[in-house]
Design a protein around this ligand. Structure first.
Ligand code: FAD
Length: 308
């Protein structure tokens, strides 16, 4: 990036910018090269300013969460990565009705773990299914993250979003198009909308019961998922009526390696970084899986993991 653009970017950002920043530590895979710059954004106004600057100067940019569903290329990203800071991670109880219905507004930068711990503490039920899902609220919305028959779409009452063309908007539940592991985040003008906050519809419950459900979900997760090796959760989406893990296991690929990337011997839909994996290793393994599964079962697996 030219020095003049760097100077202007520095003048727009509240926090110090990290130049030429390795993205591997910002992902749960621990893989990936450097971005030209990484900016931690603290407010909606700052985000609006930055997006406008990127559009005006034709700069590449991408907002990421905790990188728990992300594979970053080995050559990195020629552009600016945005992450949401503490100013966009607050949790506020907005409305409580006598019936026990509660609306909580949470900043998209908040981690699911912190939000869930807060809900348990407050005796609020509805999010127990996210126990053990890493990542941020914003990432969970974009992915429509879910487990045990629940998904984030079930509790979304409204979203506050920012897009480079229209600035900030509030989208009500009826306007939101969620499907399996996907929120259709493009507005009518085609521009992607960045989530800055979510209003969640929860309900009053009994603290000990809520905590008990969270513990049970977490325990079941720990029994089924690989431990100790970096990964990005389920790599492929489950095809309708089947499970990607079952199809991969049936094609005999459990434990298969490609460089430092391996199909977990514990759960076949987890591609793990067994040490020094590169994005290239993961992509090669991904193609091996897709081809073998398609040959044996006729199903072309779609990726759940996003790419940068
Ligand atoms: C061990 C493990 C277990 C997992 N288990 C589950 C599970 O049970 N269920 C499940 O659904 N997922 C699971 N995941 C995947 C992942 O945790 C979720 O998809 C999570 O919601 C992603 O959040 P993130 O903040 O890490 O998003 P990221 O990976 O950072 O980003 C995901 C995508 O969203 C975009 N994005 C992120 N934040 C925003 C924002 N604020 N506005 C607009 N776009 C944004 C990014 O650009 C990217 O395209 C698991 C992952 C791991 C590592």
């Amino acid at each position: 990036m030219e020095q003049q653009l760097k100077n202007r970017l520095s003048s727009l950002a509240v926090n110090l910018i990290q130049w030429d920043c390795s993205l591997a530590p910002y992902t749960s895979f621990g893989i990936g090269g450097a971005a030209s710059a990484l900016v931690t954004v603290e407010s909606v106004a700052e985000l609006e300013r930055l997006l406008q600057f990127f559009v005006e100067n034709n700069l590449n940019w991408r907002l990421i969460g905790r990188g728990t569903n992300l594979l970053v290329a080995d050559h990195g990203f020629a552009g600016v990565i945005l992450i949401l800071g503490k100013g966009l991670s607050r949790i506020v109880l907005q409305k409580e009705e006598q019936s026990g219905q509660v609306v909580v507004q949470v900043g998209a930068g908040c981690s699911l773990a912190r939000l869930l711990a807060w809900c348990v503490e407050q005796g609020l039920s509805g999010l127990e299914f996210v126990s053990g899902i890493p990542g941020s609220v914003g990432g969970a919305v974009v992915m429509n993250a879910g487990a045990w028959g629940g998904e984030i779409a079930d509790v979304i009452a409204a979203l506050t979003v920012v897009s480079p063309l229209t600035g900030m908007e509030i989208l009500e539940r009826e306007e939101l198009d969620f499907s399996y592991r996907l929120w259709q985040n493009q507005g009518h003008n085609g521009a992607a909308r960045m989530v800055v906050a979510a209003d969640l519809q929860l309900r009053r419950g009994i603290k000990e019961e809520i905590a008990g459900r969270c513990r049970r979900y977490l325990q079941q997760r720990l029994e089924k998922q690989p431990k100790g090796l970096k990964n990005a959760g389920s790599f492929f989406k489950n095809p309708p009526g089947d499970s990607a893990g079952r199809l991969i296991e049936a094609s005999g690929l459990k434990g298969k390696s490609c460089g430092g990337a391996m199909i977990s011997p514990v759960h076949a839909n987890f591609l793990v970084n067994s040490g020094q994996a590169t994005a290239k290793d993961v992509l090669l393994l991904m193609e091996i899986v897709r081809e073998k599964v398609e040959k044996e079962s006729g199903v072309r697996l779609e990726t759940e993991v996003h790419f940068l």
